[in-house]
Design a protein around this ligand. Sequence first.
Ligand code: ATP
Ligand code: MG
Length: 564
Amino acid sequence: MRFSRAFIRTVKETPKDAVLISHKYLLRGGFISAQSAGIYDFMPLGKRVLDKIRAVVKEELDRAGCEEVSLGFVTPADFWRESGRFFKYGKELLRFKDRKEGEFVLGPTHEEAMVNLVRGRVSSYKQLPLNLYQINLKFRDEARPRFGLMRGREFLMKDGYSFHDSREDMLREFRLMEETYKRIFRRIGIDFKVVEADSGAIGGSGSKEFMALADAGEDTILCCEKCEYGANVEAAKRVKPDYQPFEANFAGEIDTPNITAIGDLAAFLKVPEYKTIKAVAKKALFDDGEKIAIFYIRGCDDLEETKALNAIGANELTDASADELARLGIAAGFIGLNLKIEGVLIVVDSELENESGMITGANRQDKHIVVSVESGAHTFADLIAVKSGDRCPVCGAALKSRSGIEIGHIFQLGERYSKPLNAVFLDENGKTKPFVMGTYGIGVSRLIAAAIEANGDEKGCVWNKAIAPYLVDIIVSSAKDEAQTALGERLYSRLIHDGIDTILDDRAVGFGVKMNDFELIGFPYAVIAGRLAAEGKAEIVERKSGERLTLEIDRVIDWIKENG
Ligand code: ATP
Ligand code: MG
C-alpha cells in the first residue's frame, strides 16, 4: 500500500472523552471511528489489525481440532425463554420485535443458539466430542460503554462451545482450550495471567479468565508472589488471617450514641476493627421482585459484591437507602446479627463462624451488643473481598493485587443449557443424556485495546509483529529527492515481492510528519530512504526499542526477512 493512496487519517489532538492510551491512539491513529456510544467503525488500519488477530485465533483453534461456524446475530427470544435467561440477562440484552410481532434478541453470547444448532443433529456418543466456534459480532447494551474498544456495546468475540458425553471428556477439552488460549495470547504478544473466576450470567461451575496485565484494567486480580495461584477478586480465596486474641470488657447492650461507622465504633469502644461486625444492606433484584439482603462481615473487611450476589442467587444488587430500611423497621447504622424480619435475606461471612465476643448492632438506635456467631444459627457464605497482603489459599505466601483486562474466559458449563433446551444423545448403554458442555470466549476487538495498553508507550502504539497493520513502513525522507524516491520504490517492490506486509510513505509532507505517524501508528519497523540513498544505503528503525541501523540496500531486505 502507498500511504499517499491509503485511507489513513491521523490527528494530533487527543479526543476529549478518551482517558486510556488505547482509546486515544486508536482514534488519533485512524484505526477506528466512533459512531455512537460503544459502537465503532473499523477503518483500514484497524481492520487489518482485527483480521490479523482473527487469523491467529483461527489458526490455533483449528490446530486444536475446533471447527468454525457462523450463527445468526439476531436470535429468537424463544431460545432465551427455554434456557430461562430471557429476563435474567437483564438490560444488556437488546430485545425487539419484528413486523410480525415475533420477539428477537441481538446475541450477546450464543449458548442457546449453538445448542439449537447441534440438538437433533448429534444423536449418539459416537459423534462426540465436538467443538464449534465462531468469530462474530456480539451486542450487549452495556450500562457504561467506555474506553473505546475495551468496553463496547457492539464488539467482536470468538465464542466456542464444546459437546461431550462425560464430565471427564469436557475437562480434557477445557484443559486443551486453556493451553490453546495461552498459545494465542503469547503469539499476539500480550503479558497475561490465567486466573480463577466467577462464572457470572453464563453459569456453570469452574471457570478461568485470561487477564492481560495492564494498569488500565477494569478487573482486580490477586496473584500469589510465590506460587501460580491467581484469581479474580470476584472469586479469590484467602487463608483466614490470624487475629490477635482480644477480650472486650463488655456484656449486653452498649450505648453508642450516633456511632454508625465501623472506624468510629472501634475507636469509641477501644477495640480492634476485627472484633466488630459490619452489616452491609443491599437491595437485591430477582426475576420475581426485590428484597432487602443484609450481609455480615468483619469490620476490617470489604464486601465482594459478586460473591454476595451468588450467595443469594440474585440478578443484581443495588444500595439500600436508609428510608427503605426504616420502612421495614431496620435501624441503619445499628443493624445487628440477630435481625429477624420476614422477607429480609441474611448471609454471614464464613470467616465469622464460631467467633465470640464480637460487637454488632443491637438493631436499635444508638446501641450495640456483644455476640457469639453460632454455627447452624445462620446462613454462611464467603463474602470477603480479598486484598493485597492476604495469604494465598494454596501456599500461604502473600497475595498481591493487580489490574487486569479480561481478554478470554473459559467455562465448564456442564448441563446448564443442554438440559433446559433438551439437547440429548444416546450413551453407550442406549440411555438418553443431555450433552456435557464447555464454553470458551475471547474478546477479539478488546484484544486490540489490550495490546496497546500492554505494549504502547508515550509516543503511540507498539504492535507485535503478528498483529501489526503493516510490518514495514518505508519512509521516503523527501518526496522531491529523486534518489530517495527511487530507493523507496525499489525497496518497496522487493519487500512486496517477498511477501512482506509493507507500506510506502511516499506522501509530499515533511519527514517529521512521517516519523510521527510511524511512531503513533506503531509499525514494528521503519526503513528510511534518506540522505544516504545516493550511496545505496537505508536506515532501519525499530519502533519498540528505537534502535537504528544503517545498511546497504540488499542487506536491508535480508535483515527484514531475518528479523521481521
Ligand atoms: P466483562 O466482565 O469485562 O464485562 P464478561 O465476563 O461479561 O466481560 P464474557 O461473557 O466472559 O464477558 O465474554 C467473553 C469475552 O468477551 C470477555 O472475556 C471479553 O474479553 C469480551 N467482552 C465482554 N464484554 C465486552 C465488551 N463490552 N466489549 C468488548 N469485549 C467484551
Ligand atoms: Mg467473563
